[in-house]
Design a protein around this ligand. Sequence first.
Ligand code: DOR
Length: 398
Amino acid sequence: MTDMIRAQVYIANTASVSRFLDGYSFFNSPKYAIFPGFCDVHVHFREPGFSYKETIASGSLASARGGYTDVCTMPNLNPVPDTLSNLNIQRKIIETDACIHVHPYGAITVGEKGEVLADMADMAPYVPGFSDDGRGVQDRSRMREAMLKAKELGKPIVAHCEDNTLLHGGYIHDGAYAAAHGHRGICSESEWGPVARDLELVKEIGCAYHVCHISAKETVDIIRKAKAEGVNVTCETGPHYLVMDDSMLKEEGRFKMNPPLRSKEDREALIQGIQDGTIDMIATDHAPHSAEEKARGLEKSPFGITGIETAFPILYTYLVKPGIITLERLLELLTVNPRKRFQLPIGDDFTVWDLEAEYPIDSADFLSMGKATPFEGWTVQGRCMATVCDGKLVYKAF
Ligand code: DOR
């Protein structure tokens, strides 16, 4: 088979690729690239509790269409996975409905309320880490307790960093757009303040610590410095923070997410962070809501955009094509680094892309139930043609 292959194969274990190409020989063309399945450590699939926004079935299908074969789901659900029996409700749905590997996080605190630690020990064998995503753990001593427990259990703390005392009802970045249009802003310190606090604790405790969706230049600097000191920290940013800033905001809910799109300087610092290795991985924070919820404008709609089906095309078109990062670096950020940090097996799952296909993003094509994307109408290059997970063709566009 190897002599025949003219597709660009980026996956080390080619046994399953080989079988696939035997069956679908038309993919033997240099315009197709075969990548290891992508891994997103930050998605919201909304089940149990909010299946009108997304289900594990729809979220995992959308992920397969985005080229993903592993995702980690956030615990802002109902019930919150804060005990093993609550977690098992979610695990049961995953077992029957997910077409890719879905790894649910356990909550750090009961109900994500920040008061009492969740049953972390009971859940530990079944989760990639612990998070209260959607909310920051406000109390330093509670976070300290959680870090000690996480260290004992050998699992990372996955921190949504947000200081509620600095929010003042803000909903977009506290920058030029907010000032010009009379909106209430969210300052960058609400993010970097808790990151700095937590890093002091990590220095003392030595647990594995991962920072979610970083958006501010100060956060990049603080994490760069901590890494230089040998602190056990990793972090992620999202595609939208790398290619957009607050000058591109419009008065529509599809531009609203938490943390918000920040300034051009912040975006440039994040790009530097992915170039120099300060930022370890790109995660989408795929956060679907209903059309009605997202139609309420910037102030009134809930935080969150859908992102799992647009991540690779956006990153390939706007970072790789212009030479800002190499395709190899993008693959590290999407495949190798997230799995390494969260100890997820790499397997031989893969995804096939037509790198020459050019098209405008149209949310009507999404398999996700969430259609709110700031990338609506953007021209991108790269179309997912197939995704294979555990030897099964879980998505095909042919
Ligand atoms: O934009 C966001 N949406 N940020 C979060 O932290 C939560 C998420 C959600 O659950 O919708």
